[in-house]
Design a protein around this ligand. Structure first.
Ligand code: GLN
Length: 480
């Protein structure tokens, strides 16, 4: 049962071939068996999951996700379920409401099994910044699964759930998906409601699907995309049928290959896998177009000013007053704020708050924040120019495969540099997908990243599916 795809599970539940309850029991059993080794979960809600499955079985209506077990990244609010963002400052917090994307998945019959580990407040690329310890990569448990949605990617890769919610601010869905050998998509800014997603950087954050197959990702996104009156940044645009043209192939599609996506730091195993992937697309009738996105290398510098600036503002709400951690002893209000925040936030989160506060302060605002916004515009212009010549842009999701736990933990710059190929899409607001593209010689997964213009999710899914049909890397599972 744990090897079934989400659409197979749903079809079987609809046809009466099996019960949602049997499906969730099999997955809960799998979690109990492998998660002690991988630590994908911060909280498993077995009773809630069984009750949700029973409700699906009892209901006459079998929705798009009927009986499909789903993991929820621990920065998405779920009523009554501990939601900590992997931070001590939110320890014990149980939200009084559900995130809209989750509510929609529930309405479609999804069965939420628990909350997954992440870098604290989604700040990181390895899940090592979790206050509750790192998750481990199922392909090699001495390595990181990527981040920040590391727990979600591990859950899907290790067959603990066929689907998981992720959130992507600078790569947090696509990069862990790539490093764990699963599919992950960051939708266009505004495609998905962020109501109930704990804010990190509000001009960048998007919720998206993590799945084993492209069809499952399409189906999952379908269930939760679309306008929400509770999120004014969600677009009032029609959501297309993402499964309709999924098998239509790539004949005539112009695929841009930017030279900047294959820089000096690219691992040779990654390079070889992506070269082979491009040949597959070419063989299937796509035209490869050599091109340039000249401002790619400035993405990291712009992102690591803009994201911390927004974070420093968003995280000001954790003051120990209404919810979360409060210092035991203090001397007045200011001291209570200072002690609660110092005790509650981990090192990377404190670094970002300090960076952001500095970059926004009078006298530095023009030099850093404003400059970063100008660079962001140049990056967006690069993409706008590109869409005149190509339909899709292809390259690696990450320049390197999964790295050892501890290898970069004490070198923030080295960690930030991992994001060079993923930060530009959220800076430009465009969608991106990572699809399994084989393995390095060391048997570590490689991800093919496809980027497209705003609202082109259907094209990205169709391209990814075309490639997946030929290669079927998703069928391999890690030995655990
Ligand atoms: N690794 C990036 C960061 O640390 C992106 C994280 C994310 O997308 N949430 O900010």
């Amino acid at each position: 049962m744990i090897d079934l795809t989400a659409s197979e599970i749903r079809d079987g539940v609809r046809a009466g071939k099996w019960k949602a309850r049997e499906v969730v029991d099999a997955h809960l059993e799998r979690i109990a068996a492998v998660d002690p080794k991988l630590h994908a979960y911060l909280h498993v809600d077995a009773d809630g999951a069984r009750a949700a499955a029973d409700r699906v079985d009892a209901s006459g209506v079998k929705g798009l996700l009927a009986g499909v077990p789903v993991a929820v990244k621990d920065n998405m609010c779920q009523r009554g379920i501990p939601t900590t963002c992997a931070s001590k400052i939110l320890e014990g917090f149980r939200p009084p409401y559900d995130a809209t994307a989750l509510l929609r998945a529930l309405a479609a019959g999804a069965v939420p099994v628990g909350h997954t580990n992440l870098d604290e407040f989604a700040m990181g690329s390895s899940t090592e910044n979790s206050a509750y310890g790192p998750s481990r990569n199922p392909w090699d448990p001495t390595r990181a699964p990527g981040g920040s949605s590391g727990g979600s990617a591990v859950s899907v890769a290790a067959r603990m759930t066929p689907l998981a919610f992720g959130s992507d601010t600078g790569g947090s869905i696509r990069q862990p998906a790539a490093l764990c050998g699963v599919v992950g998509m960051k939708p266009t800014y505004g495609r998905v409601s962020r109501y109930g997603l704990v804010a990190f950087a509000s001009s960048l954050d998007q919720i998206g699907p993590i799945a084993r197959t492209v069809r499952d990702a399409a189906m999952f996104l379908q269930a939760f995309a679309g306008h929400d009156a509770l999120d004014s940044t969600s677009a009032p645009a029609e959501v297309p049928d993402y499964e309709k043209d999924l098998e239509a192939g790539v004949k005539g599609l112009r695929v841009g290959v930017p030279k900047e996506f294959f820089g000096a730091g690219t691992d040779p195993g990654v390079r070889a896998a992506i070269d082979a992937a491009l040949k597959v697309l070419q063989k299937q009738g796509a035209t490869l177009v050599e091109m340039s996105l000249p401002h790619t290398d400035y993405g990291i510098a712009a992102y690591y000013v803009i994201a911390p600036c927004e974070a420093s503002s968003n995280l000001a709400r954790y003051d120990g007053v209404r919810f979360g951690h409060r210092a035991k002893s203090f001397d007045g209000l200011i001291d209570m704020y200072r002690k609660s925040r110092t005790e509650g936030f981990g090192e990377e989160v404190r670094r970002r708050i300090l960076l952001g506060t500095f970059a926004l302060s009078s006298g530095y605002y023009e030099a850093y924040y404003k400059k970063a916004l100008q660079v962001r515009r140049l990056i967006k212009n690069d993409f706008d120019e590109a869409w005149k010549k190509v339909d899709v842009i292809a390259g690696p999701t990450s320049p390197i495969p999964a790295f050892k736990i501890g290898e970069k933990a004490n070198d923030p710059i080295a960690m930030y540099l991992c994001d060079v190929l993923t930060v530009t899409a959220p800076l430009a607001g465009i969608p991106g997908i990572s699809v399994p593209a084989g393995f390095t010689e060391g048997n570590l997964p490689v991800g093919l990243q496809l980027l497209g213009k705003e609202w082109s999710e259907a094209t990205l899914l169709r391209t990814a599916r075309s490639y997946e049909r030929e290669t079927e890397f998703w069928k391999r599972s890690p030995a655990l």
